[in-house]
Design a protein around this ligand. Structure first.
Ligand SMILES: [Zn+2]
Length: 638
């Protein structure tokens, strides 16, 4: 009997170590090798680096978030302030700052980070525990922290906080090579491994995050226990949370949208690293449910303000919705993983749609004001609702007509900082003897292929407002490498992979591609134009996407926008705008026969005027950038 058990154990360990070597077949070109030069993302990255990061650190100081670490360390005798999950905001800004150090080194920021890391280390208890509200003796400030360690993890966010700490520590390690932060993360993860990884334990953190963060910690350290812990904690989700069934049997997106997409990310990671087919099936089903039945045209997720949750299938109200910025950021990260697993462009189509619309809408031009919820219509109804809501909850983060500088629960601004400063890492990817071009943005890149060959690539484009993209292989790989250029869904005649949204005119307008000035034929595979040839230094590839204005309609089952259409151009969703006190935007109409003229064309924005109705359309993400206006993505179609 004992022998059988031993053999079984050996077999399990052998299969585990075999599985350990698996990872995503496609890997992104690291952000430190890609530099944006100009255009929308270069500008947004610069603003987040120069404004958002110092602003967020300053707010973390002003609100006591950083002092809480000093309080836990015994260096400050004043009382804990804020909420039990405020540690996570500090970690998220630290993660974003690490990405900034990776792409553009800044000695002052490096030094500031070192001082913060020392403070975080001082706040850590000798056994590795880290949770400033408890260690500083501030439990009475926010009782949801729970009276004892981990006895109320459904509400305490103890594991959520440290998950963000692991992500920050890994980013800092990759950026600087320093291990001080990583050591803090390892000490904490070791404690959690020894405490939680007990067969039969069936409780999970109320907010997903640690599961995906442990996978990153595993990759950075090579310590398999962290991967096992990630898997174990995911399995614990089968007994609690928004969808209390084993994650391998979770086929529908239910409950809190942000927590959901964070969980979905961990499920994909585990599906890949464990080669788990049931997880993979769950992943596909969840993605089909979200993108086929529960996603907004902007890529936004979460139909209900109450509990910030996914709606029922096709329940997508446009004015009274939630579409939290964090859910959009999480959706990008989730879809990125699915691309790395499959090499299919449809995942990057969702990434692009969400990034240019839902996510970009979340942040102001100066990078210091933010939307928590991203509604698709803002009419007098919203203005009245806001006035009433402000009386009930004066400090609420829920504003729908204008961005706010900071929130008491401040998850979204720090998530925006993370995504925009890590964005260079999402542009190109390598795998299958191919170089994938996923986002079109001007920049200069120098990196090595998996075979160790140097590549230097320049991209010049005014995308997303112009469809001409020039890629110059300044240094070409010697071996044959396929260049796989994403043909966005919008260019193939469908706004989203399923049928939740369709164009009135579904004619595809596939790009014309030139190599060194000559038109070339190309194969399409998994949504990519494939140029498989022997490249030489200086080869120039020109991609010309047509960007006609398109009208979109939703599936008839989406009651909220029945009989209405929306305007898109390229990856950009447009919205009609009216002055705040003019007639009600809900009465505005549009016809697919209308004439549109481009106006206010600059690198930041192209507006469109419906000259038949004298109605102005601006990119959705520009809403409320220049004062409060009425706004609507969907208009009644004539
Ligand atoms: Zn948020």
């Amino acid at each position: 009997m004992k022998k059988t058990v031993l053999f079984a154990l050996v077999a399990i360990l052998a299969s585990c170590s075999q599985k350990q070597s698996q990872d995503y077949p496609i890997q992104g070109v690291s952000l430190s090798h890609v530099r944006f030069t100009d255009g929308l993302f270069a500008e947004r990255e610069r603003v987040v680096r120069e404004n958002t990061i110092p602003f967020a650190f300053r707010k973390c100081e002003e609100t006591g978030r950083i002092a809480n670490f000093a309080r836990a360390a015994g260096l400050d005798t004043t009382k804990f302030t804020g909420l039990r999950y405020d540690d996570s905001d500090v970690f998220k800004v630290m993660e974003a700052a690490s990405y900034s150090l990776s792409t553009r080194y800044d000695a002052a920021l490096d030094q500031y980070m070192d001082s913060l890391i020392a403070l975080v280390g001082a706040a850590q208890e000798p056994d590795g525990y880290l949770y400033t509200i408890r260690t500083s003796g501030g439990l009475d400030v926010d009782p949801k922290a729970g009276p004892e360690r981990w006895n109320d993890i459904a509400t305490s966010h103890e594991l959520y906080n440290v998950g963000h700490m692991y992500e920050a520590a890994v980013a800092h390690y990759y950026a600087t090579g320093k291990t001080a932060f990583l050591d803090i993360a390892k000490r904490n993860a070791d404690l959690i491994y020894n405490t939680f990884l007990i067969p039969g334990r069936k409780i999970a953190s109320g907010h997903e995050e640690i599961e995906l963060a442990l996978v990153k910690l595993y990759r950075a350290t090579g310590d398999r226990r962290y991967l096992d812990l990630s898997h174990f904690l995911l399995e614990c989700r089968g007994y609690c949370g928004d969808d209390p069934k084993p994650v391998a049997q979770q086929y529908e997106a239910l409950g809190h949208a942000v927590r959901g997409v964070y969980r979905f990310m961990a499920i994909v990671d585990n599906a890949v690293l464990y080669g788990d087919k049931a997880y993979r099936t769950a992943t596909d089903s969840l993605w089909n449910d979200v993108t086929g039945r529960k996603m907004y045209l902007t890529g936004g997720l979460g139909s209900y303000r109450e509990k910030e949750r996914f709606g029922e299938a096709y329940f997508l109200p446009d004015e009274e919705t939630h579409c939290e910025t964090c859910a959009g950021v999480g959706s990008c990260m989730w879809n990125y993983r699915l691309f790395c697993l499959t090499g299919e462009s449809r995942y990057f189509d969702i990434f692009e749609r969400t990034l240019y619309n839902n996510v970009l809408h979340g942040i102001s031009d100066d990078g210091m004001k933010f939307f928590y919820a991203n509604v698709l219509q803002c009419s007098p109804y919203t203005f009245d609702w806001e006035k009433e809501w402000a009386k009930i909850r004066p400090k609420s983060r829920l504003r729908r007509s204008h961005r706010l500088p900071w929130f008491e629960t401040c998850c979204c601004p720090t998530n925006l900082a993370r995504i925009f400063l890590s964005l260079p890492g999402y542009v190109y990817a390598l795998g299958n003897n191919s170089l994938y071009v996923n986002l079109f943005t001007s920049g200069q890149s120098a990196f090595e292929t998996a075979a160790g060959e140097s590549v230097e690539l320049r991209c010049e484009t005014a995308y997303p407002y112009d469809g001409d993209v020039r890629l110059t292989l300044e240094k070409a790989p010697l071996k044959a490498t396929a260049l796989r250029i994403r043909i966005p869904g919008w260019a193939q005649g469908h706004p989203v992979p399923g049928t939740l949204y369709t164009y009135l005119d579904a004619e595809p307008s596939l790009p014309v591609i030139f190599v060194n000035g000559e038109v070339v034929n190309y194969a399409t595979e998994k949504g990519y134009a494939v140029l498989d040839r022997k490249w030489k230094d200086g080869d120039v590839v020109d991609v010309r996407f047509e960007m006609p204005l398109r009208f979109v309609k939703a599936d008839d089952r989406v009651e909220a926008v029945k009989g209405r259409i929306a305007v898109e151009r390229g990856p950009i969703v447009y919205c009609a705008v009216l002055p705040e006190n003019e007639k009600d935007i809900r009465t505005c109409t549009i016809s697919p026969e209308d004439h549109f003229e481009e106006q206010n064309q600059d690198s930041a924005s192209v507006s469109l005027m419906d000259t038949d109705r004298h109605l102005m359309f601006i990119p959705y993400f520009r809403h409320a950038q220049e004062g409060i206006t009425q706004m609507s993505v969907w208009l009644t179609a004539l």
